[in-house]
Design a protein around this ligand. Structure first.
Ligand SMILES: [Zn+2]
Length: 297
């Protein structure tokens, strides 16, 4: 009896250690990425091309929209709009090859409360994320600004077991990065990492096309260019490719040349760039290459 129970004990410990190893961050060799935006098209526009490259390598990518998008339209609103935007996000997720979660917080009313911070901490933990990407807290839209603050507030806390204790804490603080933006104050965006998305650009446009209520209705209406939206649906993606491309700034070009070499970096046609946040783990260049294996290729 004694031997059997001892064997059973060893077996239990053995199985437990396998489970722990399976759950450990990065031990599969595949990085787990979570991108967090304010609205159900934000991650798509700022990190979609990079997400496609990760997904093609078999890496797990999730997009999270912190609001349900129920205020971003000129004629629809409330539950009806939230439902439409959820469906669009799911279709976009399929086209990107990523999972897509939408949190049920009202669009246009987001505040950096403890409740929403805990929602975000749980999402990062449940995804067992190695890399978290979110907006900087400088932006024209308060939902974007507060998403930036909320994700900053979740950094470090994701590893504190007593915070949101019902969702097990991460064993280490992930690397947090910011999406690219053009805002200059209090300081301009710094492209620490720049990804060549030339090969995934067309797929990114196809995925953005799933956000019909945004790409062809709301954004053109609020931006006063509704008359420029092609009447023929067959022309939509070509038009999106012209209007939704992010310009490669001199700073982003310099970063591309650093990571891909002068020649290849100089020829990149489409790129997405990210800035490392000071509140997460601080990777050196070698670690950045492990987190973003598409760099230099
Ligand atoms: Zn947005």
């Amino acid at each position: 009896m004694k031997t059997i129970s001892r064997r059973f004990l060893f077996l239990t410990i053995f199985i437990q250690s396998i489970i722990i190893a399976a759950n450990a961050q990065q031990d599969t060799g595949k990085v787990r990425i979570i991108m967090i935006g304010a609205h159900p098209d934000d991650c798509d526009q700022d990190g979609g091309g990079t997400a496609i490259l990760f997904a093609k390598m078999g890496y797990a990518v999730k997009f999270v929209s912190v609001t349900n998008g129920d205020a971003g339209h000129q004629t629809m609103k409330g539950k009806e709009l939230a439902k439409r935007r959820f469906a669009e996000a799911q279709e976009a997720g399929k086209r990107f090859g990523v999972a897509y979660d939408v949190l049920d917080n009202h669009d246009g009313q987001l505040l950096p409360t403890l409740d929403v911070r805990l929602q975000i901490i749980r999402k990062i933990r449940e995804w067992n994320a190695d890399v978290v990407i979110a907006p900087r807290p400088n932006d024209y839209h308060p939902d974007h600004r507060y998403t930036g603050v909320l994700v900053q507030d979740a950094a470090y806390m994701v590893a504190v077991p007593d915070v949101a204790p019902e969702t097990p804490a991460l064993k280490k603080n992930p690397v947090f990065l910011y999406f690219q933006d053009g805002f200059q104050r209090p300081n301009p965006f710094r492209p620490d990492v720049a990804i060549d998305i030339t090969t995934s650009f067309d797929q990114k446009i196809h995925a953005l096309d799933a956000h019909e209520s945004q790409m062809y209705e709301w954004l053109p209406w609020i931006g006063h260019y509704l008359d420029q939206v092609p009447a023929n649906k067959n022309d939509h993606e070509k038009w999106l490719a012209q209007t939704r491309d992010t310009k490669i700034t001199p700073a982003v070009r310099e970063s591309l040349e650093k990571w891909y070499g002068k020649e290849k970096g100089g020829q990149v046609q489409h790129a997405e760039a990210f800035e490392i946040c000071e509140y997460g783990a601080q990777p050196n260049d070698e670690e950045i290459k492990k987190l973003f294996p598409m760099l230099g290729k």
